[in-house]
Design a protein around this ligand. Structure first.
Ligand SMILES: [Mg+2]
Length: 341
């Protein structure tokens, strides 16, 4: 086996406001392996300030992994490296399937099926958010996700009002994501103010590691709650289960690059299923390489409802791919070829 890696710095078209501040670039590393004429490719996608993977040490780890793959010796322990786990798992699946682009063969990879997705509205001034909403509605999205918690709360309610006065909840489903921005003391009050907009769900209303407070909110909130950041760095399988049993969220969000790839995300799903907790899958600023892997996996799960996949062509230097978004659905158009990596 031969193995190498290549860094790719993705440049945002427009500086993107996230809960980690404003991003202008983000780094990914492609792991490329070859064996008996077969190639595997995986993306290790890091978001600075959010990914548990260590930005400064990733290249030396990838060197160790490549050496271990080539010499067929034991791979290093990767529990603290979810993005690397995801890249390695994807690359090995490519070899296994004899196709670096088709990791989970299905109707989706054969261009015979699509995945419904939500449209994402980035944080910003109310006018900018409204412009994004209009563009998503024009493009046929019927599930809109808004990042909240950055502006003045009144202004955010005004943006929600703007959307709701045009479309009721039977036409447009609204998801919001607070990225932990609310204080535990007034979170319930804010959730009660959100109730009148018939919100489908709110991601991470309060910050992580406040299990008792989060459990209480999940019991009392009029808006169903989805855990997102709360799952990150939770590597012990018993602890994962204990947390879900205690908090009893209505949903969990699965981001394979942040949770340790597909196997680890599957473990979360089995806990969630056993407790009657629903879930959906979300990409996390990967290039099209990682998005392709996550989308194929998502389809293979028979995931319900709109998924958080490929929410906009955000980068100026993404990898050209056959992934296309039409009428709020992600699909593969096999007449378009992939860029060489
Ligand atoms: Mg989120």
């Amino acid at each position: 086996m031969r193995a190498k890696f290549k860094k790719h710095r993705l440049e945002f078209k427009r500086p993107s406001g996230t809960s980690r501040g404003v991003l202008t670039t983000k780094d990914s590393w492609f792991l490329i392996i070859e064996e008996n004429g077969k190639t595997g490719l995986g993306e290790c996608s890091l978001i600075e300030g959010l990914s548990p993977d260590n930005h400064l040490e990733i290249e030396s780890l990838l060197q160790t992994i490549c050496a271990a793959l080539e010499s067929k010796t034991k791979l290093p322990e990767l529990t603290q490296w979810p993005a690397v786990q995801m890249g390695l798992e994807s690359a090995l699946l490519g070899i296994q399937n004899n196709n670096q682009w088709e990791l989970f063969p299905s109707e989706f990879t054969r261009s015979e099926a699509h995945i419904p997705i939500n449209g994402l509205v980035w944080m910003g001034k109310p006018d900018y958010m409204k412009t994004q909403i209009n563009s998503l509605l024009d493009r046929g999205f019927d599930c809109i996700k808004l990042k909240i918690g950055a502006l003045d709360f009144k202004q955010e309610l005004e943006v929600l009002h703007y959307l709701r006065k045009q479309y009721d909840s039977t036409t447009i489903s609204i998801r919001v994501d607070a990225n932990g921005a609310f204080a535990a003391e007034d979170a319930l009050d804010k959730l009660q103010q959100l109730e009148r907009f018939a919100i489908h769900s709110i991601e991470q209303p309060i910050g992580v590691n406040q299990w008792e407070e989060m459990a209480d909110l999940c019991k009392r909130s009029p808006v169903p709650i989805a855990l997102d950041e709360e799952l990150i760095s939770r590597t012990d399988n018993d602890e994962r289960k204990r947390m879900l049993e205690l908090i009893q969220p209505q949903f969990i969000i699965l981001k394979p690059s942040l949770l340790g790839g597909f196997k680890a995300s599957k473990e979360w799903i089995s806990h969630a299923d056993s407790l009657g907790i629903d879930w959906w899958v979300t990409s996390a600023l990967e290039s099209n390489v990682g998005l392709n892997a996550i989308a194929q996996w998502t389809y293979s799960l028979n995931a319900k409802g709109p998924q958080g996949l490929g929410t906009g062509s955000l980068f100026t230097n993404n990898i050209q791919s056959p992934l296309v978004i039409t009428k709020a659905c992600l699909s593969i158009d096999n007449s378009i070829s992939w860029d060489l990596i």
